[in-house]
Design a protein around this ligand. Sequence first.
Ligand SMILES: Cc1cc2nc3c(=O)[nH]c(=O)nc-3n(C[C@H](O)[C@H](O)[C@H](O)COP(=O)(O)OP(=O)(O)OC[C@H]3O[C@@H](n4cnc5c(N)ncnc54)[C@H](O)[C@@H]3O)c2cc1C
Length: 380
Amino acid sequence: MLSYWEQDAWTQYDFVVVGAGIIGLSTALSLKEQRPQSSVAVLERGFIPRGASTRNAGFACFGSLTEILSDMQTNGEEATVRLVRARYAGLDVLRKRLGDSACGYEQHGGFELLFESNVAALEQIERINNALRDIFPSAAFHERNDLIAEYGFGTNRVKAIVKSDFEGQIHSGRMMRSLAVLAQERGVMLLWGADVQAIDHEPTAVQLHLKHNDESLTIRAAQAVLCTNAFTSTFAPELGIKPARGQILMTSPIADLPFRGVFHFDEGFYYFRNVSSPHGERILLGGGRNLDFDAEETTALTLNAAIQQELERLLREMILPERSFTIEQRWSGIMGFHASKLPIVRRTHERLVVGFACNGMGVALGSTIGADTARCALGE
Ligand SMILES: Cc1cc2nc3c(=O)[nH]c(=O)nc-3n(C[C@H](O)[C@H](O)[C@H](O)COP(=O)(O)OP(=O)(O)OC[C@H]3O[C@@H](n4cnc5c(N)ncnc54)[C@H](O)[C@@H]3O)c2cc1C
């Protein structure tokens, strides 16, 4: 049973955001910016954020050439251009909000490796650059095949490289920690280990029922916001958001690594980058979900041995041929996917809003979706 003091000071807020990922924390910050006097709490079931935001690859990316072509086929040119614009704007908000050092931002560019099977995409560069001309200060994509040899990639597979000068990379852990610190500084109450088990609607408030070990607690809010990404279907199954696991591995430091930046191939199903660590430059490689879509539609934070094996093979044969390294870390993370591949910011009840971004590309978009979600919660 709660004491009077606990009940009075800890259990009622104007806005409660569920989920302390990039979207949840950005939403909370935007709410505080718009309504400084309001009380805002973020409920996170992990002791630290345990969603995609702290387990991703840290690409601050807008979509590679073939991803954009594929998105245009699914959603049309206008919606795809709008999404790229929102990503570019979102990254700008994140960098201004935290500063580059606090999010470990580096800009070495983004590179897409093209193979025999999709090298024809090069013919579309001009059309896509034209479609994106109002977003970027200069052409979004250009062909840089000279880099194949310079970067030492296996030439039997890589036929062309398309570079985007504007893509960058972050340190996902540092960025999320800085975002949490900033939210706290701005007066947002962060409650960790707060697992929301059920949500009830009353005439004047929404009730969020929490569980932590054997304890339970009910929190009331005038408005609740779900930023629970892959786990949103627990509370809003009608939105059709599904989990999709991503596998990652990281190498030991590699002497004289010839490249820096974020790299994509196979329509973004694979991605790798350099990670600057105190011991030297490492490579992070992730992806391979397309090898086993069924098994990877899960929320289990475990490894898929077959996919990890394929990642390691690609690393040794195509990305770092003839270099010696070991695999020092492997992990997985859970993305949320929706068939439309477009963000969802929607009021699903008089007192409940959902902010969902990202289909595997939420770093750049997160701050913009957070601002949209806050506006929706404010009824604007
Ligand atoms: C392996 C991998 C690699 C990726 N690489 C990139 C990349 O390089 N670039 C990029 O842009 N994007 C990448 N992404 C996608 C990106 O990480 C996500 O789009 C983004 O982090 C989503 O943010 P979010 O705030 O919506 O969700 P999340 O970060 O998943 O946050 C949701 C939070 O809600 C909490 N939660 C859920 N249910 C409850 C509940 N009932 N009660 C309380 N708390 C709850 C979770 O614990 C979690 O912390 C990657 C994702 C993965 C998994």
